[in-house]
Each structure stands twice: as C-alpha cells, then as structure tokens.
Design a protein around this ligand. Structure first.
Ligand code: NAD
Length: 461
C-alpha cells in the first residue's frame, strides 16, 4: 500500500510538472492522446484477458464497452481539440468600449480520478482523456474489486507516461480517503451514491471542484403503443449486458397493464434467443463481481415472483437473467439500485400516473421510454427529470460523444464524454482585454454630470 507521505509526494511532483507549463501546449496534449491510442491498441488482448479474469466479462462486451468506446473518444478528441483550446471570442459590452472579450479554457491543474469496478478500464481512463485534453495532470485510483484490470491500468500508464504527469495508485477506500485529503485542483468520481456523498464532503472541505458520476434506479417505461418485439430486444440487451452491472441499465420496467403479459413473453423469448435455454453456458453472459454482491442479489431474488430465470450458482457467482413479475413499489427490490441481472416488472394504468410514480423518487441517471405515440414521447421528455434518456432504446445515448453524459440530483453532478470531458477539467476563465488608449472617462469619479449620461446609455442598450 502506498503511504500517505508517498501520495503527498506524487501530488507535489505533479504540481511542479503542471507549473512547468509542459502540459498546456496543444502539441503535447495531442501527442499524449495519440500515445494512449497506440498503447490501448497494443494491449487489446491483455485488456480482454484482465476483464475475463475479474468477472468473466465476454470478449465482445469488453471490446465494445471498454476498448472501442475509449478509442472512439480518443479519435474524437484528437480531431476536435484544436477548436476547443482556442480563445473563444464573445460579444463585448458597450460600456467597456473598446474591449475584446473572450473565454479561455484554463486547465484546472492536478486532478484525482476515482473509478468504479463495473467498467473498470473505461471508467478510469475515460475521465483521464478529459484531463489530458484540458492540459491537466492526473492521479488515477481504479477500483480494488477488479485487481487484474487495475494492475493492467497501472502498468499501461507507467510504461507510457511519466508519473509526474499521469500515475495510478492502487488500493481500496482507505487509499481513496488518503487521496481526498490532498490539495487536488479537481476531483472526478465515479461510483455509488453513498461514496459520492463522502467524496463531495471531502471536496467541500477544500472547495475543490468535483464531478460526481453516480447511480440509482433508472426506470424504463413501455406504453401500449410500443413495438414490443423491438422493445424486448433493446431492453434485454441493455439490462443483461455486463450481467446487469451497468450504471445506466434499466433498473425496472413500468409497463402499461394492457401490454404487460405480451411484453413479459417477448422478453423471456429474447433472453432465450440471446443466451440460450441455459444461460450459464453462454459465452456472452458475465458473472457477478464478488460474493458480497452475489449474496445481496440473491437476497433480492424473490422466488414467488420469478417469471423466468431465477437460477443461481454461488460457486460460479452466476445469476441467470431473471424476470420478476407482479412487483409493487413496496417490494425490497424496489428500495435500492439492483445492479445485477434481475429485472422487476411493474404495471401502470395511465401515463400521468406512471410519470408521477417516477417523479416521486430520486432523479435517475437514465430514463427510457418505448412508445410510438408522439404526444406521449413529448410528455415523458418534458415532465420527467433524469441525467439522460433514450426513446425506443436503452443505454446507447452514452456512446455519442456529442451528448454530455452525467446525472442530476442524487444520480450525480457534472458531465463528461466528448467536449464535456474537456470542459470537466477546464475552468472557463473570462478575459477582458483593452488597449491603453482611448481611456474614456465616463466611469471615473467625480460622477457629477455623468449620471444623466449613464442613464441614457443604459436605456439605449
Ligand atoms: P463504490 O462507490 O463502492 O466505489 C467506487 C470507488 O470509490 C472505488 O474506487 C472505491 O475504492 C472507492 N471507495 C469505496 N468506498 C469508499 C470510501 N468510503 N471512501 C472513499 N472512496 C471509497 O462504487 P462501485 O461499487 O465501484 O460501483 C458501483 C456504483 O457506481 C453503482 O452505484 C453504479 O450505478 C455507479 N456507477 C456510476 C457510473 C456513472 O457513470 N454514473 C458508472 C459506473 C458505476
């Protein structure tokens, strides 16, 4: 374990490197992003192997959700960074004539990135891309629950970047807490709501700007006009990807009572189509991260409500893709984020009632709505609040770098992905530039005689 003194040394070395100004040039940032692109490309097989070892993640899913998503973000940044770093001119104010006004994206400085285990490679490196693009240094603390991936992340960063610029510190909550005592210029945290509160409190003590990417229960509504066959495919994919251990997975379904029966049938059939009649033998279905989470999920699996699935194997930490029907809001599974392959199905009789039920709960990270009715889509879009949403899909909004990704309320604060990642690590510095002359006297005392002029000028503006 790295001692608090060593952590302090890392931060001070990074502060000195940041103050040398080297991280600020566009050339340097592009060069570092390209270096990372090549490093990830070279390590593709090792990344796939690490994730398989940590929780049996299928190679296709690792490639798509850890490697390809990072590479596409990297490409997007390399292509667009020259535009983002430019001094951005804005209109100047008549009262300051003659001035040139602009916004300078100033790198915050030395940043701390704390990652979660469920997409352990991507969730630690993706914020780091924002730090590099913005011209910051970064210390990364990946999750201790995925040791093979954390080890690989540490090796990859150590082999390709100097520690005074980017470094990885491994360990659990105690290491995070020691890091949170240090004078970072920016903190970026991905993880659970309770730990998010600890991080926010620690950041508040030093007034460090913080981005919180948290979780919660993301609802998925299906009305009576939805195309049920397509909805079933997109829901099963989004829910059982990574064995349900995805922050934006549909946590529960809220279905119009008229179509609940046919939808459940279509969902069960889709599960069989995707994973076979015995998903435990499917190479495309991951395992639960550890025994604690396995037993937590098993506790939520109420056999009296199982519609399909329900099989478990503690030794393999396997839980079958499971549909639970006849669930009500009072059921234990509706009291916490599920974060596993259990999908409870609730019903509603009118859309306003469903919206009211969603709005009575904490604001989710994502909200999904399946419908063919334009008015209903408009209603759900404008009358609910969530970090992001998809209409007639699940999860996919986070793959578009033009869409900022983040939560609202208890599901998080701040955004990243694409330019939003650059912004997350930049301070928007307002700059007013004036020549020495002319030096118009209107604002200087003595004010006598100037009041009338000032009033006229304001009316005219
Ligand atoms: P977690 O909060 O348990 O851990 C996240 C990180 O915080 C880890 O690196 C861990 O070592 C550290 N940590 C744990 N306890 C700590 C403490 N007391 N003090 C300081 N640091 C501490 O979360 P997790 O189990 O790794 O991830 C699952 C959660 O993360 C779910 O709630 C999920 O919805 C959420 N999540 C959100 C996003 C997002 O982008 N919004 C992405 C992935 C996961």
């Amino acid at each position: 374990m790295t001692s608090p003194q060593q952590l302090d040394t890392f931060v001070h070395q990074q502060k000195a490197f940041f103050n040398s100004g080297q991280t600020r040039s566009l050339d340097f940032r592009i060069q570092m992003l390209r270096r990372l692109q090549h490093a990830i490309e070279k390590e593709e097989d090792a990344i796939i192997a690490a994730l398989a070892s940590d929780f049996g993640k299928p190679p296709f899913e690792t490639y798509a959700t850890e490697v390809a998503i990072l590479q596409s973000e990297l490409k997007f940044m390399v292509r667009n960074l020259h535009k983002w770093v430019k001094l951005r001119r804005v209109k100047s104010s008549f009262l300051n004539f003659p001035s040139t006004d602009s916004i300078y994206a100033e790198p915050y400085g030395v940043s701390l990135v704390i990652g979660a285990w469920n997409y352990p490679f991507q969730l630690t490196l993706s914020p780091m891309l924002g730090a590099i693009a913005a011209g910051c240094c970064a210390i990364l603390k990946p999750s201790e629950l995925t040791p093979a991936t954390s080890q690989l992340t540490a090796r990859l960063i150590q082999e390709h970047f100097p520690p005074e610029y980017l470094t990885v510190v491994q360990g659990g909550p105690e290491v995070s807490q020691a890091l949170l005592e240090l004078p970072f210029d920016k903190i970026f945290f991905t993880g659970s709501v309770p730990v998010g509160k600890i991080v926010a409190q620690a950041a508040a003590k030093q007034l460090i700007p913080v981005t919180l990417e948290l979780g919660g229960k993301s609802p998925c509504l299906i009305d009576e006009t939805a195309n049920l066959t397509v909805a079933a495919k997109r829901i099963v994919w989004g829910k059982f990807l990574n064995a349900g251990q995805t922050c934006v997975a549909p946590d529960y379904l809220l279905v119009h009572e008229k179509v609940a029966g046919p939808l459940l049938k279509a969902l069960a059939q889709t599960i069989t189509d995707f994973y076979g009649t015995s998903p435990t033998h499917s190479p495309d279905f991951a395992r639960i991260i550890n025994d604690r989470h396995f037993h937590r999920l098993q506790g939520l699996l109420d056999s009296t409500h199982v519609y399909s699935g329900g099989e478990t194997d503690a030794a393999a930490r396997y839980i079958a893709p499971t549909l639970l029907s006849g669930i009500t809001w009072e059921h234990p599974i509706m009291q916490e984020e599920i974060f596993g392959p259990l999908l409870p199905v609730l019903t509603y009789s009118s859309l306003p009632e469903a919206i009211a039920q969603v709005n009575a709960r904490p604001k989710p990270l994502a909200l999904y709505f399946f419908s063919e009715n334009s008015k209903a889509k408009e209603m759900v879009l404008t009358q609910t609040s969530s970090g992001g949403m998809c209409i007639n899909d699940t999860v996919s909004h986070l793959t578009n770098p033009y869409l900022p990704f983040g939560g609202i309320g208890t599901s998080g604060q701040g955004n990243y992905h694409g330019k939003a990642s650059f912004d997350a690590f930049s301070h928007q510095k307002s700059v007013l530039m004036k020549p020495a002359l002319p030096d118009l006297p209107f604002k200087y005392p003595p004010y006598k005689e100037k009041m009338n002029w000032m009033k006229k000028a304001f009316k005219w503006l």
